[in-house]
Design a protein around this ligand. Structure first.
Ligand SMILES: Cc1cc2nc3c(=O)[nH]c(=O)nc-3n(C[C@H](O)[C@H](O)[C@H](O)COP(=O)(O)OP(=O)(O)OC[C@H]3O[C@@H](n4cnc5c(N)ncnc54)[C@H](O)[C@@H]3O)c2cc1C
Length: 305
């Protein structure tokens, strides 16, 4: 399936645009599941000003969706109408500031930020090393692991809103809760100012190595989207999935991981529809088994084929 090509029209409206605009660009390769349809337009801005210029001049009726490393994402097989923004060069700087603070561009991988902090003797950010997304995704999802969450280390985030205004959001304005951020979905985060504390590089490195070992033993690291469902209050999603008999369950070419029952896997030839149908089957079985309705943690974007 392909969408009408609106790239020539957008280029004509935005003569000063520096970033790349591509029509009907497949998105599967940008996601961990490696499935899904194209973006009507994929936009890779050069820097924050370029992104702001683009959004200011983009007709209001055209929807905008942001993707990071695609580690928490199902792109449906019919693709995503409108513009998909993917940040890259120009958004992947990390710098160490006074008072154990770190400024990170939102395209930067969490693990790279954790490593920069570790090298600088800044503790408190090691948990990021276990999350395979970008800083933008960590802000949007309030990513967390092993007792740390993005909300615990964020001082301030910067972003661009749909009207093209560059804005700052303090920690309290972010409206963080479990795997959720309260800022409007169409705000694209560009940088984060993070607060760490003094630490010993060797001790932080040991903490990161322990996280890596635990992950390797307990989670699949290939063609998955991480935790599929949020933990309902007082419960572990993986236990509920297990108790409903869904570990290893297959729908089409998608399977509940044998290693971690809250992880779904896309096998060779899987479609996004297979993965989503599997997730819905699990939700229905858990609901029937214990009456609890699981909520998707994985974000699903686009339309069915
Ligand atoms: C093996 C594995 C293990 C995982 N373990 C964990 C874990 O321990 N803890 C945890 O919290 N998560 C975990 N995840 C899930 C995932 O890594 C996190 O949710 C991560 O923060 C998503 O970042 P991303 O860049 O991949 O975002 P994407 O998956 O690309 O997008 C996720 C959401 O963030 C939004 N987004 C991305 N970038 C921006 C931006 N710049 N501005 C605004 N919105 C943006 C997207 O629109 C989307 O709504 C795991 C995933 C995998 C595959």
């Amino acid at each position: 399936m392909s969408f009408p090509d609106i790239v020539p029209d957008l280029k004509a409206r935005m003569p000063q645009l520096r970033g790349r605009l591509l029509a009907n660009q497949p998105l599967g390769e940008f996601t961990w599941f490696r499935v899904g349809g194209p973006a009507q337009v994929l936009f890779m801005p050069d820097d924050e000003n370029d992104l702001a210029y683009f959004l200011r001049n983009l007709p209001a009726a055209i929807p905008v969706t942001t993707i990071g490393a695609g580690s928490n994402l199902i792109v449906r097989d019919g693709g995503v109408a409108g513009v998909v923004v993917r940040l890259g060069r120009g958004f992947n700087e990390v710098s160490i500031e006074a008072d154990h603070r770190v400024v990170a561009g939102s395209a930067m991988l969490d693990v790279m930020v954790a490593r920069a902090a570790q090298n600088a003797g800044i503790a408190g950010l090691a948990f990021l090393s276990g999350i395979p997304g970008t800083i933008g995704g960590a802000l949007r999802m309030n990513g967390g692991a092993y007792g740390g969450e993005t909300k615990d280390i964020l001082i301030e985030a910067r972003g661009v809103d749909r009207q093209g205004n560059i804005r700052s959001f303090s920690n309290s304005q972010m409206g963080f809760s479990y795997r959720h951020c309260g800022i409007a979905d169409d705000v694209i985060f560009t940088t984060a100012l993070l607060q760490g504390r003094p630490g010993e590089p060797e001790a932080i490195a040991a903490e990161m190595a322990a996280i890596k070992d635990k992950r390797a033993a307990s989670q699949p690291r290939n063609r998955t989207g991480g935790s599929t469902f949020k933990n309902p209050p007082g419960h572990s999603a993986w236990k509920l999935v297990d108790e409903a008999g869904c570990r290893g369950l297959k729908v089409g070419q998608a399977q509940v991981s044998e290693l971690h029952s809250n992880f779904l896997i896309s096998l060779d030839g899987a479609s996004a529809a297979d993965i989503e149908r599997l997730g819905e089957t699990v939700r229905a079985r858990v609901q029937a088994h214990c009456g609890i309705e699981l909520e998707w943690e994985i974000k699903r974007i686009g339309v069915s084929a």
